[in-house]
Design a protein around this ligand. Sequence first.
Ligand code: NAD
Length: 465
Amino acid sequence: MSFATPPSDSSPLSQLVRQQRAFFNSQGTKAISFRIQQLKQLKRVIIEHQDAILEAAKADLGRPAFEAYFEIATITEINGAIRQVKQWAKPQRVKSSIDQFPSTAWIQPEPLGVVLIIGPWNYPFQLIMSPLVGAIAAGNCAILKPSEYAPHTSSVLARLIPLAFDPSYIALVEGDVTVSQALLQEKFDHIFFTGSPKVGRLVMEAAAQYLTPVTLELGGKSPCIVEPDSHLGYAAKRIAWGKLINAGQSCIAPDYLLVHHHIKSQFIELLKESIHTFYGSTPHTSPDYGRIVSQSHLHRLSQYLGQGRVIVGGEFDPDTRYFAPTLMDEIGWDDPIMEEEIFGPILPILGYDELKTAIAQINLRPKPLALYFFSSDRQKQSLVVSSTSSGGVCINDTVIHIAVNQLPFGGVGESGMGAYHGKASFDCFSHFKSVLKRSFWLDLNWRYAPYTTQKVQQIKQIVTR
Ligand code: NAD
């Protein structure tokens, strides 16, 4: 589906939202059996078209097949939702107090309605599909807007979604920023946005006109601290991997490295070794190394090379959108590379003398989406977890905490609001309605006027006990 005109009551977008609202109001999305059937349908279509999805990831981002499978990992989310949605959707009985006797009280999850999901280009399939799983499990209708900067994936999605769903239930709208803007003029019951903090602000502003709640999955600079008591060989491999998958274009890639001065030069050598082991001496010929999404992003990254000292890499080629795995030393906290999210395969390395100064530096900056800490010392691990704030923390590894579906995934402060994955996805797209049920077999008079002195005494006792 393609929409170019801004919405009016009769615009195709407004009509689509109205159609979905009518379907939602028909109660058609609410039965658990319907939700499970739709999730199974989605899984079937993804599996049947996995080759097309992998090819699109290759065309958009030069993804090696191994990394392209990350896009399809949504299937584990689907499987979890199919298994557990019945349990998640069950009303939860809570205790009501003696003052409401006789009564029963419970919390009943209900779907929000028609939701909008806007995705970025870096994991362009997964970051549309993964929130969609939560939207379906919770019983919503959804309109999906993938990123125009991953056009091959966008068109695969546009082909697959109608194979799985009727547009009055789930529809996908392709297009550029004007389409996003037109969508944001519509009234939704929730907006789930993954992208940059800059656009996140615009989304929140647009949502405010209808008081639409938002989930913002944003980015930021995720720090990575390495203490001398780590297994340095494993740490180097794990950091190089987390930084360089998808050519550094991951929202939770370690953005910059803080290494204790005592091990800094040794650790740089280990990082070099890891990069060499992964991609050889000519990473541009490696089938396992991705490409930058666009020439403008490549140009943006090349501007960072003027700061500090390049100790590995630094080569780039606009024609093939290749940017070498790059390590940079002699970076200061005030350099521009330490201000913006790098979102590419450049790793600045800074030294520190004491862990508490590294923590203090991190705490001076906006709260990151992820924080990585390498150390074998439990006390230091607890100190870092308790004295910093970030969307998530991963100790002694990078990135893979995102794959634990039992852990809610999301940011805090400037790295976002709200969370999803597993049950958290169901919660994200649900309203938890409070219900109190009374019966007719007893009706005590103590709360009704006239308010006698005795009744005032009674209420005083109840509220001050
Ligand atoms: P982006 O913010 O430029 O674009 C995201 C989406 O917003 C796209 O679909 C785009 O069409 C739309 N958009 C762009 N400008 C808009 C506007 N003015 N009004 C309305 N919609 C608009 O982000 P991106 O460049 O695609 O992705 C990179 C960013 O996303 C990075 O900051 C990264 O950290 C973040 N990210 C976060 C997560 C996460 O899970 N937290 C995951 C991936 C990426």
